[in-house]
Ligand binder design. Structure first.
Ligand SMILES: [Zn+2]
Length: 311
């Protein structure tokens, strides 16, 4: 039996469901697939200027680059590479060490086991952490690509932070107490007297090692160019490119991550991604070292370009 107005009610329900479905589709597109590229602007990466800066300091570059992987977590690829797919990929937290004949430099410090647990990582390597603590103690300098917990956290969690902080070259934004370092905290008192490392553009810190200012993922973000003693060139992108596919496909993290978790400057990061894509097309011999790409790092280790673990 037909209730009076029943067909109008049915039309209303169908119409409303249609609108809701449309909103859901737009939301999913916006959160996971949107990767519109800016129509103007560029991020300058002047490799000639970087090479000149790398050569400004006398001496050879590092003879070897070692990588320590502290933890792994599997996440849907689409979170890290917008518009890709929902398969799970290995996101690794790493530290790298540039080994010179007479010194070493640590790039990024991952984080300790407590911070890894708080991030819901799938696995953590306590032996790797012990090697990282010793590497930070022995290093001539410590640099980080940016002020996020899984890059700065290892430094802050070092049992010898007070002793090693003076050789950490943190730029003012990396050293600042900002929302970006949350949930990290500086232990009370250790910041007193520290002078941040200020530079603009590009700045060599050792023979063959150049910092490149690249705010976007965070205000203190930088990339690190390394020219090994044998001439092989590397670019540590930090989280300007967490995964190799960010550069290969010119796709950055999904908006769910960039707008609700990391609060990054999407436009700046996309422009950096475009610049890195162009740079690697023009200089295919340049080795890109992405910030968290477990599979890409394993491939670089397999190819002998990075040495697995600190020795
Ligand atoms: Zn980050």
């Amino acid at each position: 039996m037909q209730v009076p107005g029943g067909s109008a009610m049915r039309r209303w329900i169908i119409g409303t469901a249609g609108v809701l479905a449309m909103i859901a589709v737009v939301a999913v597109y916006w959160l996971f697939y949107d990767n519109r590229l800016p129509t103007s602007g560029s991020f300058p990466i002047d490799l000639a200027a970087i090479r000149a800066e790398a050569a400004r300091m006398p001496g050879g570059g590092p003879v070897r680059i070692e990588t320590e992987t502290l933890s792994h977590v599997r996440v849907p690829k689409i979170a890290m590479v917008a518009g890709s797919d929902w398969s799970k990929i290995d996101v690794a937290r790493m530290s790298h060490r540039l080994v010179f004949p007479d010194r070493s430099i640590v790039i990024d410090t991952a984080f300790d086991q407590a911070a890894s647990r708080a991030s819901n990582d799938d696995s953590y390597d306590p032996a790797a952490w012990r090697r990282l603590v010793r590497a930070m103690d022995e290093a001539g300098a410590i640099v980080i690509t940016h002020e996020h917990g899984d890059h700065l956290g290892g430094l802050l969690a070092s049992p010898h932070l007070r002793a090693i902080l003076p050789k950490a070259l943190l730029n003012p934004e990396q050293f600042a107490i900002s929302p970006y370092i949350k949930p990290l905290r500086w232990p009370p008192g250790v910041r007193a007297g520290y002078k941040p490392f200020r530079y603009h553009g590009v700045r060599a810190i050792a023979p063959g090692v150049v910092l490149i200012r690249a705010p976007g993922h965070t205000p203190g973000s930088q990339m690190i160019y390394v020219r090994r003693a044998d001439g092989r060139e590397f670019l540590f992108t930090g989280d300007a490119a967490s995964m190799a596919d960010n550069v290969r496909l010119q796709r950055i993290r999904s908006r769910l991550v960039t707008d609700f978790f990391t609060h990054e400057n999407r436009r700046a990061v996309i422009l950096q991604t475009i610049a890195l894509h162009r740079l690697t097309a023009e200089h295919p011999q340049l080795v890109l070292v992405p910030g968290h790409d477990g599979a890409a790092i394993a491939a670089l280790q397999h190819a002998g370009l990075l040495v697995q673990s600190f020795h």
